[in-house]
Design a protein around this ligand. Sequence first.
Ligand SMILES: Nc1ncnc2c1ncn2[C@@H]1O[C@H](COP(=O)(O)OP(=O)(O)O)[C@@H](O)[C@H]1O
Ligand SMILES: Cc1ncc(COP(=O)(O)OP(=O)(O)O)c(N)n1
Length: 284
Amino acid sequence: MISVHQLPLTPDGQTPVRAITIAGSDSGGGAGIEADLRTMALCGVHATVALTAVTVQNSLGVSSFHPVPPQTVGDQIRAVAGDIGIGAAKTGMLATADIIAAVVTACEEMGIGRDARIPLVVDPVSASMHGDKLLADEAMDTLVNRLFPIATVVTPNLDEVLLLTDISVTDEQTQRDAAVALHAMGPRFALVKGGHLRTSRQSPDVLYDGVDFLEISEPRFDTVHDHGAGDTLASAMTCALAHGFTVPDAVTFGKRWVTRCLRASYPLGAGHGPVSPLWRLGAS
Ligand SMILES: Nc1ncnc2c1ncn2[C@@H]1O[C@H](COP(=O)(O)OP(=O)(O)O)[C@@H](O)[C@H]1O
Ligand SMILES: Cc1ncc(COP(=O)(O)OP(=O)(O)O)c(N)n1
């Protein structure tokens, strides 16, 4: 049984496992690169970053964003992977087609991707939970045609599944159909998250590798404070992959981690509060 305490912590003075998050900043601190940094730190992993965009965001939504120049995004990946070294990588908000292309080029150069040394988790973030766009419409083709084929695992939520596959997931069968359609786009594994299946008492995620399905299910929490859940799951998976876990074990670890963080989520501002990895500090 994989537990949320599974990842080994590093003794003082020794270099921990490293990972990179390639994502946008959430000024509210609940999702995006800030969620990734919270989870990676509390999983005992040294987090490095390639910032893709600055969003103006709070608990009520995203009012605007400003993309980072694509060359700068790619150069951050090269600088970090070339010097510090990383065990796994994760993408989140990528904002534009040109940024996606720059990320793919840098990943290929640095040995990041499904057929390379360093596994790559792709969270195909297209909008915030409030429906605010975080990816240009015309960038979807680049995401599917360039980034998906080099992904170790893709982790769409059900809104992203609909955009990507035209499949409306309502039950176990349609969730599996979506996983098959996503896998055909090139990643080694497809994970279809069930967080938006709000009528269920469970929160089932389905992983597919082209042959077998693995359903990873945990009890559903009745909460509106779920901001950053997708980022938290994907970054916990990235930490486990950086430690050398297999993809199914990394998903199992990530699922338990995000479930524990949902249990610890808290109100913040007037809207949706964030899931919280702060439980790991030992207060509860
Ligand atoms: N209310 C909830 N209770 C339990 N698990 C949840 C809940 N909401 C989301 N999850 C889980 O959190 C993770 C992120 O899910 P999801 O909400 O689908 O993604 P996103 O945050 O990208 O929209 C998944 O593992 C999902 O099953
Ligand atoms: C900068 C930034 N990146 C990603 C998101 C989306 O976060 P996610 O956890 O996928 O989903 P929601 O919690 O927004 O549903 C974001 N809001 N900002």
